[in-house]
Design a protein around this ligand. Sequence first.
Ligand code: ADP
Ligand code: MG
Ligand code: MG
Length: 342
Amino acid sequence: MAPKEYALLCLENPLLDIQAQGNAALLEKYGLKPNDAILAEEKHKGIYEDLLNNYSAKLIAGGGAQNTARGAQYMLPPNSVVFLGGVGDDKYAAILHDAVKAAGLRVEYRVDKVQPTGRCGVVITDHNRSMCTDLGAANHYDLEHLKSPEVWKLVEGATHYFVGGYHLTVCPPAIQALAEEAAKNDKVFVFSLSAPFIPQFFKDPLDASAPYWDYVIGNETEALAYAESHGLETKDIKEIAKALAALPKKNTKRERVAIITQGTDPTIVSVGGKDVQVFEVHPIEKSLINDTTGAGDAFAAGFTAGLVAGESLARCIDQGQWLAKLSIQELGPSFPFPKQTY
Ligand code: ADP
Ligand code: MG
Ligand code: MG
C-alpha cells in the first residue's frame, strides 16, 4: 500500500554543519573530546570562523532529524516527508533550503528575523568526530509554529512522527503535543536519543516523552548514558534495550520497540522488554568509508521509511543498515546520486 502524502512528519533542529579535518591542537584549543556532541558555550563560539578560515571547512546540511528526514524521503515515494524546525533569515538558511529541495524534502521552518541559523562545528580526527552546536534560531522553535493552522494540518495528515532527542533542549511542549496526538490517534511515534548529554542533562523532559515512544532508537553510548542517569546498574546493552522497551507506555495498542545500534557491532532490538534480537550490520571495506557522520541518522531514516511503508521489523532494521552503509561512503550525512534502491 502506498503511504499517504506527507505520511512522515519530523521535528528537530535544522543546522548547517561546518565540517573539517582537525587535529589534537584544535580539539585542545576549544576543550573538545575527539568523539562527542555538545552545545556551544561562549568559549566555543570562535570555532566556526576558525574552521572556515583555517581548516578549509565544508558547509553541509545537517541536524540529526533533518538528516533522517532527507534519508527517509530518499527511500519513499515523492512528497512523503515533511520536516519542522527553526532557522534564521540568512545565507545559511538559503543553503539548507537548497539542500532539502535537492533531496525532495518539504520543510516548514519557523523563520526567526533576529537569530542566525544554527551551526554545528564538526571536527574530524582519524575516525572520530567531535560536534559542537550553536543552536541559534533553532533554539527559538515554538508551539505557536506547530499549532499554526497550516502546520497543524500536516501534523493531522501524517501517520508517523519522528522526533530527534536534541529538540528536548529546545521545545518540549512541541514534542509533547506530537506525542499526545500520536497516542490519541494510534499513530506511530519514533524517538531518537540523539546524544549522551540528552539522557544525562535533560532527564525530566526525556522521561515525560518516554511513555509515548513506540520506537526508541539510540547508539551504544546513548544507551549507556541512559542507564547511568536512570540508575539501571548495568552496562549490558541488551539489558538496557530491554529496560527501554519495558518502560510504561501510554498507547497500549502497540508494544514499544527499542533499537540500539553499535557502529560496526550488531544492532540490538527488544520488543516490549522481551528477549533481544540481534542484527548484524552490513559489512563494508574500510577503504570505502568516507565519513561516518550521521551513520545513526541514516540508520533511523532507512528504518523509519520501512515503518511508513508498512514493512516488517526485520526488514526495517535491514533498510536502516543498508542506508547507513550508503551514507558513510559519502561526505557528511548524505546519500548517493544517482539514487540506489534497496
Ligand atoms: P551513530 O552515528 O549514532 O553513532 P552508529 O555508529 O551506531 O550510530 O551507526 C549506526 C549504523 O550505521 C550501524 O548500526 C551500522 O548499520 C551503520 N554503520 C556505522 N558504521 C559502520 C561501518 N563502519 N560499517 C558498516 N556499517 C556501519
Ligand atoms: Mg557511532
Ligand atoms: Mg547518532
